[in-house]
Write a protein that binds this ligand. Structure first.
Ligand SMILES: Cc1cc2nc3c(=O)[nH]c(=O)nc-3n(C[C@H](O)[C@H](O)[C@H](O)COP(=O)(O)O)c2cc1C
Length: 360
């Protein structure tokens, strides 16, 4: 960065930090949205409660690419293709994985309240059907983690996981036939990091990627609450900025070097990586990867761990091919990459009201 840019950036940062304090005072709508989202699941939940729990799932860029329709004996989670992210996710892999994450939450909530909870996902384009007919109530330890879970993008404390802890994460994924590889050997982590950095460099240097990402950034709690979607600055550990300043400052500071440095620091502070690998590379497999991933994140939450995605090496096709070779996956596709560890929570990302996504 040139000296002039640094001075401009510094000035904008000071202005932004002043504005951050002011924006914190206008957090009312953000706090109200959080309270609405995070209420515990009632003992006898209605459809809106079950759908609310589904929408607390992880989803790419927080676009919430789903629509729910209540029908005979269940609810269908359908893709909302108007919320695609075609640059980072040209084949809709992440979109279908996100539907899998939501269906998994719904299934856990349904089973915990004595409904079938079976997920029918043979034709994901038409939607995933979750059975809500009366069944036997099954205790679901992961239920309490649903409102608590978040993608925690900060630094972790560098401590390792015990064998039992890592084993629980791996077993959580196995529920849907998805393999979870747990990597924590320093040399292996560095090999994956090299692919993450190469993938990240290509993404950050692609103007279409940056334009798409920017459209989903919410620079302060007021913007986040107005839209109820997107990537809230606070959830990535960034200060809040006024709407006029956020995009300008972003253009100055969002460089490959800066982002690569953050990725390296974040990964090296983590206990390890979980790489999820579904048995088939098609929408059915991507849904399964999402379901397994959601379970891994919930199990981590239950165990007091934090996790965040580091997907650059599975998003850029050339890097994905190298990761597949590195991990000896043969024809299987590495679907999603999570880093896990211990660290402080960050402000939560928001969701749209249930009424916007529940039809019928
Ligand atoms: C399929 C998928 C891909 C994702 N990719 C990334 C990613 O590359 N980087 C990242 O920081 N978060 C990624 N996320 C996390 C989402 O941004 C996050 O789930 C969303 O913003 C909602 O926030 P929450 O998980 O804290 O509820 C991904 C999530 C899913 C389900």
């Amino acid at each position: 960065m040139t000296r002039r840019l640094m001075l401009i950036g510094g000035g904008l940062t000071v202005a932004g930090l002043g504005a951050d304090a002011a924006l914190q005072l206008r957090k009312g709508p953000y706090d109200a949205a959080l309270a609405r989202m995070g209420r515990p699941l009632p003992v006898a939940p209605g459809m809106a409660d079950l759908v609310r729990y589904a929408t607390l799932a992880a989803n790419g860029h927080n676009t919430q690419p789903w629509l729910f329709s209540a029908g005979e004996g269940g609810v269908t989670v359908r893709p909302d293709f108007s919320r695609r992210t075609p640059v980072v996710d040209p084949d809709d892999h992440h979109l279908f994985a996100s539907l899998g994450c939501a269906a998994e939450n719904l299934s856990i909530a349904a089973r915990a309240r004595g409904m079938g909870g079976e997920v029918e996902a043979s034709a994901p384009d038409a939607g995933l059907h979750v059975d809500l007919t009366p069944g036997t109530e099954e205790p679901q330890p992961l239920l309490t983690a649903i409102p608590e879970r978040q993608s925690t993008r900060g630094l972790y404390d560098g401590s390792k996981l015990g064998t039992e802890e890592a084993g629980r994460l791996v077993r959580a994924a196995a529920a849907h036939g998805v393999e979870a590889l747990y990597l924590d050997a320093p040399e292996r982590i560095e090999e994956v990091l090299a692919l993450v950095i190469e993938g990240n460099t290509r993404q950050v240097n692609d103007p279409a990627f940056v334009t798409e990402l920017k459209a989903w950034l919410r620079f302060n709690p007021v913007q986040a609450a107005q839209r109820g979607d997107g990537l809230f600055a606070g959830s990535s550990g960034n200060p809040s900025l006024p709407g006029w300043l956020g995009p300008r400052l972003f253009d100055l500071v969002f460089t490959a070097d800066a982002e690569n440095g953050k990725c390296a620091e974040q990964l090296r502070s983590s206990a390890g990586l979980v790489v999820l690998v579904a048995p088939e590379d098609n929408p059915r497999g991507w849904v399964a990867a999402g379901r397994a991933c959601q379970r891994v994140m919930l199990q981590a939450t239950l165990d007091g761990l934090k996790c965040a995605f580091l997907n650059q090496a599975v998003e850029v096709p050339a890097m994905r091919a190298e990761l597949r070779r590195l991990l000896g996956l043969g024809e299987r596709r590495p679907n999603l990459v999570l880093r896990v560890g211990r660290g402080p929570a960050l402000p939560k990302s928001l969701r749209r009201p249930v009424a916007e996504v529940l039809q019928g």
